[in-house]
Design a protein around this ligand. Structure first.
Ligand SMILES: [Zn+2]
Length: 204
């Protein structure tokens, strides 16, 4: 008797460290994809079509994510961001949405602290959100000019992630992300890319 069938075999493409949304911190990941195999006596012998797309699997919680999740800055990357720029970018975006959302506020404070501003708290966040928009914009543009494009993209990505933590982006959140992206001296194409990756990874 010949026993045949098919099953999915997973392949690992790369490994690295990412910010796992479920674990809430830096974790090892494997970037993988699945492929259907024809099996003979339960042994995969013939590769068939690929299943779905590539995904990122957390080594700790085994959660699976769209590859866009790799765009969310890790704690280690946040530690290399200028905390001041991050504060302003996040405060601008947060106040354009539901700034009372507890989860978004908590994440905002956590992200700025990881960037090295250990004393940052909810009161300081309120202070940042209350600052005149024009003043903040001028300061941001000045500070951003000293940074590499990747670092500026990551700052926008961190702000987008926080804006998305309470659900899909509102029109005003979207407009603010565009304005903050412009202040960070990113092109429209760069801004669109960063925001769409953040959307993908949040599922909104
Ligand atoms: Zn995890």
């Amino acid at each position: 008797m010949i026993i045949f069938g098919w099953r999915v075999v997973f392949f690992t493409l790369t490994r690295g460290v990412f910010h796992c949304p479920d674990c809430g911190g830096d974790r090892e990941y494997r970037r993988r994809y699945g492929r259907n195999f024809f099996t003979l006596f339960f042994i995969p012998v013939l590769p068939l079509n690929k299943t779905g797309g590539e995904f990122v699997e957390c080594e700790t919680c085994k959660g699976r994510w769209n590859v866009g999740v790799l765009e969310v800055p890790t704690s280690a990357q946040l530690a290399h961001m200028p905390a001041m720029l991050l504060r302003m970018a996040i405060a601008q975006v947060l106040r354009s949405g539901d700034y009372t959302n507890a989860a978004a506020r908590e994440r905002a404070v956590g992200v700025v602290r990881q960037a090295g501003d250990a004393a940052y708290d909810q009161a300081a966040l309120d202070g940042d959100m209350g600052r005149p928009f024009d003043q903040v914009r001028a300061e941001m543009a000045h500070a951003a000019s000293a940074l590499a494009p990747e670092a500026r993209e990551r700052i926008l990505s961190a702000a987008a992630e926080i804006a998305l933590s309470d659900g899909p982006l509102s029109v005003s959140e979207e407009e603010t992300l565009s304005a903050v992206g412009a202040d960070l001296q990113l092109t429209r194409v760069q801004v669109t890319g960063v925001v769409s990756m953040a959307r993908q990874s949040s599922g909104h």
